[in-house]
Write a protein that binds this ligand. Structure first.
Ligand code: PLP
Length: 478
């Protein structure tokens, strides 16, 4: 049997791995953003089983270069403008490395007190940083927790909302009648998934129409839907409002949605997965107007706030209600700290029992960048996107399809879908730029989302050149 890696061996191999990552980042701009290999290429390059005897880490690093990297989409590439960013950073990676080295399982306060307490304090810091309502602070009745993703945050919010809608009986009785969840037709697919996982069935979600121009939820349609359901004996349990929809970063009007939820007694969860990060800048907090009505709120530092996946920050206004909805306490987890009631056991705030020390990477990020550094990152992204939108606006061949309040620009060639589909394929085949698409009012639309830390004006200029040239080639061909 190969011996365990000694701390000295780890030190040496670890330095080599850190060097490898630093080289990867330094050489990223020269790589094609996506792999051109057909499906199965990476699998075909791998051996049919693990080695019988152990190998040194250098052998794995060599195979990373040879077998893995050629089959990657480079999300940290300065020309990556697809989906939403999933940016990471040096401090985030180092914090995550410390978490991995500690190997702490923070399911309860008692299984690693610092793991819980650092997380609670950091989520209070973040609440201050985003200027969230005071009721989300741990010092009030609420508090924050790190979930793996916004999808999990929505699922947890759904479970708490059902608990409340059933007058607390949902724990015992299960879903014994019809409950309903409301979200706009532009809401993320994770809402539908949460409804399905919660057992509400396909009828459990009602997609509310959006304003045709802003693509934001219509409060009038929301009220009408809730009232109609109530009249039909269905229990409205949850409204999920979105700040920064996935397609176009539309912002649902919380100042109007909030009072409806308050008046009709429906739990309000606000999903700001991508756009929430912008609120570190005071001038970009417009989407949070009306947030004081929300029962829960989340955003993903792993999208636009330089913290590697996975890190979703989720807050509730009523922590006791959350714990009541989710807590199950078997004998083998009983301990005096939990029984004292003086500690937070984050196992009760999420779906899984176990949890990593994810607060560390966030702590490293917050301390490395400071508030000013985070603001600069967000402002630069917003300015670069605005500059790109100006190029689109100034070119008659193109049209902007939606507002761009953050760092996502939705645009298309005027006219039919076909040329837009071909344009996207041609741009992505360049290897220099990667865009994704969506459908807005039924029309094929290209999305350019700025957010990678390495992206500068130079890369925006290159993206525009690639897009403009591809459009010219297409029109010559047709
Ligand atoms: C990206 C996104 C999600 C899902 O994010 P995960 O953290 O990957 O689950 C949810 N809602 C919105 C609005 C998003 O843009």
């Amino acid at each position: 049997m190969a011996a365990h890696m000694t701390p000295e061996e780890f030190r040496q191999a670890g330095h080599a791995v850190v060097d490898w990552i630093a080289d990867y980042w330094a050489t990223l701009p020269r790589r094609p953003v996506t792999s051109a290999d057909p499906p199965g290429s990476v699998a075909a390059r791998l051996p049919t089983g693990p080695p019988v005897t152990g190998e040194p880490v250098e052998a794995v690093l060599a195979d990373l270069d040879r077998l893995v990297v050629p089959g990657l989409t480079h999300w940290q590439h300065p020309g990556f403008f697809g989906f939403f960013p999933a940016n990471t950073s040096g401090p985030s990676v180092l914090g995550d490395l410390v978490s991995a080295g500690l190997g702490v399982q923070g399911m309860m306060w008692a299984t690693g007190p610092a793991c819980t307490e650092l997380e609670t304090v950091l989520l209070d810091w973040l609440a201050d940083l985003l200027d969230l309502p005071t009721r989300f602070r741990s010092t009030g009745g609420g508090g924050g927790v790190i979930q793996d993703s916004a999808s999990s945050a929505t699922l947890v919010a759904t479970l708490v909302a059902l608990h409340r809608a059933a007058g607390g009986r949902w724990r015992q009785a299960g879903v014994d009648r019809r409950y309903r969840v409301y979200a706009s037709a532009e809401a993320h697919s994770s809402v539908e998934k949460a409804v399905r996982i919660a057992g509400l069935g396909a009828d459990g979600i009602r997609l509310i129409e959006v304003d045709p121009v802003s693509l934001a939820m219509s409060p009038t349609a929301l009220r009408a839907a809730i009232e109609a359901d109530r009249a039909a004996g269905v229990v409205p349990a949850l409204v999920v409002a979105t700040v920064g929809t996935t397609s176009t970063t539309a912002v649902d009007p919380l100042p109007e949605i909030g009072p409806i939820c308050a008046e009709l007694g429906v739990f309000l969860h606000v999903d700001a997965a991508y756009a929430g990060a912008a609120a570190v800048c005071p001038e970009l907090r417009f989407g949070h107007a009306g947030l004081e009505y929300a029962d829960s709120y989340c955003f993903d530092p792993h999208k636009w706030l330089l913290t590697g996946f996975d890190c979703d920050a989720f807050w509730v206004a009523d922590a006791a209600e959350l714990v009541e909805a989710l807590s199950v306490l078997p004998e083998y987890l009983r301990n005096t700290a939990t029984e004292s009631g003086a500690v937070i056991d984050y196992r009760d705030w999420q779906v899984p029992l176990g949890r990593r020390f994810r607060a560390l990477k966030l702590w490293f990020v917050l301390r490395w960048y400071g508030v000013e550094g985070l603001r600069e990152h967000i402002r630069r992204g917003v300015a670069l996107a605005a500059g790109f939108a100006d190029r689109v606006r100034a070119d008659d061949r193109f049209e902007l399809v939606a507002e761009h309040p953050y760092a996502l620009v939705c645009f298309r060639l005027r006219g039919a879908d076909g040329p837009n589909e071909r344009l996207l394929a041609a741009v992505n085949a360049s290897g220099r730029v990667f865009l994704t698409h969506t459908r807005v009012a039924g029309r094929h639309t290209l999305r350019l989302a700025v957010g990678a830390p390495q992206t500068t004006q130079e890369h925006i200029d290159e993206a525009w050149e690639v897009i403009s040239r591809a459009a010219a080639t297409l029109s010559r061909e047709s």
